[in-house]
Structures are given as structure tokens and as C-alpha cells.
Design a protein around this ligand. Structure first.
Ligand SMILES: [Cu+2]
Length: 194
């Protein structure tokens, strides 16, 4: 019968795909943990995407202008946590300075980026100076345990351990899958040898 052989070949390819996928996930997790950064796009439809992000303390948020219309990333002075230093593209130390300087300063052209590293927990509200009236606003919420990635929420010294244990777990899982597949190939297929 040709059928069992076909099934066997298909499951072997499936295992190879699964193994490749697990390795890719492991590599991606390690990279993400090392960088601890999040990207927010600024679009020609006058939006921050995503408009609301949650990050762990110490995360760098990178705003990237993916369109051609210039934007700014400007914190609302009264919508950042108490005791936080003011932040805005152009490096201004107050919202009024940022507003007053635009577009001479603080403008991010198409392809340009602005980044800020968030340490203080709480919600940071911000906007785009030329498109505030169009509703181009966003928030960055900084909290322990945020980010959705267990490697990111831990402090910098613990990140390699977290990434390592995830990778170890993935390789253990791959081993189990491979072992199970060999068992099935040996006892579940036809008695035809290869
Ligand atoms: Cu804008």
C-alpha cells in the first residue's frame, strides 16, 4: 500500500516545519528581550498606530513616520506622571516650548524617528502638534508586568535567564515532538522499510 508511506513523509515534513518554527520563535524571543523596545507608527491617515501602548519600565518606544506627512511626538505636560521629566520630539523641556517651536523644531519627516525610554510608571499622554485637532493623540502606559512578553517585564539582569529558559523549554518540546514522531513512524506506519 502506498498510502502509509505518503502519510509518513507528510508527517516528517510537518516535524521539520515545526522544528524550524520553534527555533525561529526562540531566536525572536531572545532578540525582543535584548532590545525591550516597542514601535509606534505615525501614518498619513494622521494616527499613531497603535495609539495606546503598554510597556514595562525601561522600555524604549520608537515612533516612526511611515508616511510622508510630518508629525511631532509631544507629551501633554499635565498628562505625564508626577516627577517625570518632560519629553517631546525636538528635546523641549516644556509643552509650550514644543508648541512654540513647531514646525521649526520637533518635526519628524517621512522616514524619520523619535525615541524615548520610559522609566516612570503611570500613564503618559501625548499628541502630534499639527494634527492634534484631527485627534492624533496617544498614550504610553508604563507598568511592571506590562508588555505581554515575560522576558521584557523582568529587570535587565534577569532577561538573559528568562530568554534562556524559554529557549530550553522550546528545545525540550521539540525533542518530545521528534521522539513521538519516531515512535509513530516505527509502530504506526506500514511494515515496509526505508
Ligand atoms: Cu501628525
Amino acid at each position: 500500500m502506498a498510502e502509509p508511506t505518503e502519510v509518513r513523509q507528510r508527517s516528517r515534513r510537518g516535524v521539520l516545519r515545526a522544528a524550524g518554527g520553534a527555533v525561529a520563535i526562540g531566536a525572536a524571543s531572545s532578540r525582543g528581550a535584548a532590545q525591550a523596545s516597542t514601535t509606534v507608527d505615525m501614518t498619513d491617515s494622521l494616527e499613531f498606530q497603535p495609539a495606546n501602548v503598554q510597556v514595562a519600565p525601561g522600555t524604549t518606544v520608537v515612533w516612526e513616520n511611515v508616511g510622508s506627512i510630518p508629525h511631532s511626538v509631544t507629551a501633554y505636560e499635565d498628562e505625564i506622571p508626577e516627577g517625570t521629566s518632560y519629553w517631546a520630539s525636538g528635546g523641549f523641556d516644556s509643552e509650550s516650548a514644543a508648541r512654540g517651536a513647531y514646525p521649526g523644531g520637533g518635526s519628524i519627516d517621512g522616514g524619520g524617528t523619535y525615541e524615548h525610554t520610559f522609566e516612570t510608571e503611570g500613564e503618559h499622554g501625548y499628541f502630534c502638534i499639527p494634527h492634534e485637532a484631527s485627534g492624533m493623540v496617544g498614550t504610553v502606559t508604563v507598568s511592571q508586568g506590562a508588555g505581554g512578553d515575560e522576558a521584557v517585564e523582568t529587570g535587565p539582569p534577569e532577561v538573559p535567564d528568562a530568554a534562556l529558559s524559554l529557549t530550553t523549554w522550546l528545545f525540550t518540546f521539540m525533542g518530545l515532538v521528534l521522539g513521538l514522531t519516531f515512535f509513530i513512524l516505527k509502530y504506526g506506519g506500514s511494515d515496509e522499510e526505508e
